[in-house]
Design a protein around this ligand. Structure first.
Ligand SMILES: NC(=O)C1=CN([C@@H]2O[C@H](COP(=O)(O)OP(=O)(O)OC[C@H]3O[C@@H](n4cnc5c(N)ncnc54)[C@H](O)[C@@H]3O)[C@@H](O)[C@H]2O)C=CC1
Ligand SMILES: O=C(CO)COP(=O)(O)O
Ligand SMILES: [Zn+2]
Length: 348
């Protein structure tokens, strides 16, 4: 049998104040037995408490867990709180959503994705990207049954998070170049529809940089919809290939190197400048687009040292060796990494 499974959410709600309708939405979807709300320390007051009120108004039994640290241990802790009739609601940033996604997948119960910001394209994807010393990258999980994205909350979230979401999308340009390279060189399966959707998502941002402004509901809506289409590309491919290539392994390497990593999308954006240069592509366009959406383009703007950049570049090929990229099997030499970072202005 050569059947592919593509998971998509059943219902998607994007709009201002939609979180106040969570109870009604869960009732309509028959997700009203028992709900476990997972959230972060910041996002409890911003969003989760309103979600809880809305659920309780509809007489739905609610349990709450604040996820402090994102790890496989926290996934296990959350899994222990899940009964067969529980629905898990992930209310927060990418890390909370990934824990909700993976724990609900482990327990085979439904999960609702409720992003409080638009910082990454895992909002609808069926993968959970939780760091593990062995794998360091995404694990198979499942897509949410529904997405409830309150565009007012997202518009009021720090603009830095929205910029990071744009950078995560711009990184699709090099991710697709890597995928095409692996297809040609290693005969890796390639999906034209997933790749087109991924590129369309990146272009939606670079064509509309002037519309991405702090505090604007329309900007939040644009970025969420685009993160959504990028997540769909991941769903179609059944892997993060359309949205994660060498620029992401650079970011994953920084996650390993730094005591306090920067935002995922920010690191991937800088990685995209570097990898586009290696492809001989228009890396200045990438840099200008990142600047236009307010995302960092250099080590200094990321708040990391030049040495961190060189270390991450030379380590990147070891992160996910099975996923072939422009960095090849042996990676980039220290001298070449230095030249690359200098020429692109990532280091001075
Ligand atoms: N599963 C997937 O396919 C994907 C997963 N990811 C993962 O997602 C994670 C990155 O997500 P991020 O959201 O960047 O990080 P994050 O989850 O750490 O959130 C960043 C910060 O934003 C805060 N925040 C969220 N909403 C807020 C609001 N409305 N107001 C004020 N503060 C708010 C959070 O409390 C947190 O301190 C990484 O672990 C990455 O690997 C990224 C892309 C795809
Ligand atoms: O961040 C992602 C897509 O934007 C997922 O990437 P990874 O599979 O590399 O964790
Ligand atoms: Zn990403």
């Amino acid at each position: 049998m050569n059947t592919r499974k593509i998971q998509m959410p059943r219902e998607v709600y994007i709009g201002p104040d939609v979180i106040y309708e969570t109870g009604e939405i869960c009732k309509d979807l028959h997700l009203d037995n028992k709900v476990l709300v997972l959230t972060g320390p910041n996002t409890y007051d911003i969003a989760a408490k309103h979600v809880i009120e809305s659920l309780e108004d509809k007489d739905i039994e609610v349990d709450v867990k604040i996820v402090e640290k994102v790890s496989y241990d926290s996934v296990d802790e959350v899994s222990e709180m899940i009964a067969p009739n529980t629905t898990v609601l992930g209310v927060g940033g990418g890390k909370v959503i990934d824990v909700a996604k993976l724990a609900s997948f482990d327990k085979n119960v439904f999960f609702v994705s409720m992003p409080t910001t638009a910082s990454h394209d895992g909002i609808v994807s069926p993968l959970a990207s939780i760091k593990n010393p062995k794998t360091a990258t995404s694990a198979k999980a499942h897509a949410p049954i529904a997405v409830i994205a309150d565009s007012k909350i997202i518009a009021n979230s720090p603009f830095r998070l929205l910029s990071a979401g744009c950078a995560d999308l711009i990184s699709n340009f090099t991710a697709i170049k890597d995928w095409q390279l692996a297809h040609r060189l290693k005969n890796e399966p390639y999906s034209e529809s997933a790749a087109s959707l991924s590129i369309m998502s990146a272009k939606m941002i670079t064509d509309n940089v002037d519309s991405i402004k702090p505090g604007l509901e329309e900007s939040a809506r644009l970025v969420v919809k685009t993160l959504f289409s990028s997540g769909m590309a991941i769903s179609i491919a059944g892997s993060s290939r359309p949205a994660s290539g060498s620029e992401h392994t650079f970011s994953h390497a920084l996650d390993k190197i730094l005591d306090k990593p920067c935002l995922h999308g920010e690191q991937c954006g800088v990685g995209t400048i570097l990898m586009m240069y290696l492809y001989g592509g228009d890396w200045k366009f990438i840099r200008n687009s990142l600047k236009a959406v307010g995302a960092p383009t250099s080590a200094k703007e990321l708040g990391i040292s030049d040495e961190n950049v060189i270390d991450a570049l030379t380590m990147a090929h070891t992160i996910r060796p099975e996923r072939y990229t422009i960095l090849g099997d042996n990676g980039i030499s220290e001298d070449a990494a230095y030249e690359l970072a200098l020429k692109t202005g990532v280091i001075k």
